[in-house]
Write a protein that binds this ligand. Structure first.
Ligand code: PRP
Ligand code: MG
Length: 216
């Protein structure tokens, strides 16, 4: 009749720009996770927490299903496919924009110019919702990466993707013409989190807030 202490299950990006800083903020919160990315799951040595390394785009569904309790992910991913999922804390890192861009030589006046155009993107919902506000309908070409080369290879007239330093746009001869949204890393919470884990989350949030205050 032993009572198992539950652990809070957190999803973080398996690889990519959020991975390192996500582990770093956990570390700054005094939560040390020993083994690296080779394993898809790891436990903290000194806090009731398990880490799951997942693909960015899969995280909203894991939260929805309650397979993980919390996650560190880009707000832009929630806008794209997790509008129902709540944010407990903005984390202040991995700031970026989600923007529309066109080849440098293209004459651009307004969003209306996207009417009937082919746009390559990994963020179809975000693009459709944005254009809809202006009554614009475009033809989307959904791809998962290397979106910025699409216009150069004749696959699309424009692209929508994340812009951080702007260097990918620059290298591909594209200009940013519409900023659709601004994003940063956030701590998101599953609506299915149980009481015991909610208590662990409260402790963790307390630490997150202290760390973020110190970073200001
Ligand atoms: C991301 C994103 C942009 C780029 C933006 O791509 O999709 O292409 O970074 O960053 P920048 O403005 O600093 O250049 P990533 O390199 O992660 O590769 P992927 O699109 O192939 O997944
Ligand atoms: Mg890219």
């Amino acid at each position: 009749n032993q009572k198992m202490t539950k652990k809070i299950r957190i999803a973080i990006q398996k690889s990519g720009r959020l991975n390192e800083e996500s582990l770093q903020i956990l570390k700054d919160c005094g939560v040390s996770i020993d083994n690296g990315r080779d394993q898809l799951k790891a436990s903290a040595a000194n806090f009731p927490l398990e880490v799951f390394y997942l693909r960015n785009g899969d995280i909203p569904q894991y939260l929805r299903d309650g397979v993980v309790d919390i996650a560190i992910l880009g707000e832009n991913v929630l806008v794209e496919k997790g509008e129902d999922i709540s944010i407990a804390q903005k984390l202040g890192f991995s700031k970026c924009r989600v923007s529309l861009a066109v080849p440098k030589g293209t004459k651009y006046e307004s969003v209306k110019d996207f009417e009937g155009k082919k746009i390559a993107t990994s963020y179809p919902n975000t693009v459709i919702n944005y254009l809809e506000q202006y009554g614009v309908k475009a033809d989307l070409h959904i791809i998962n990466g290397s979106v910025e080369i699409a216009p150069n290879i004749g696959l699309a007239d424009a692209i929508c993707d994340i812009v951080s330093s702007g260097s990918t746009l620059f290298k591909n001869n594209l200009k940013e013409v519409e900023v659709m949204l601004k994003s940063e890393a956030v701590l998101a919470v599953s609506s299915k989190i149980d009481l015991e884990r909610q208590e662990i989350l409260d402790k963790l949030l307390f630490r997150f807030k202290a760390v973020l205050k110190g970073r200001d």
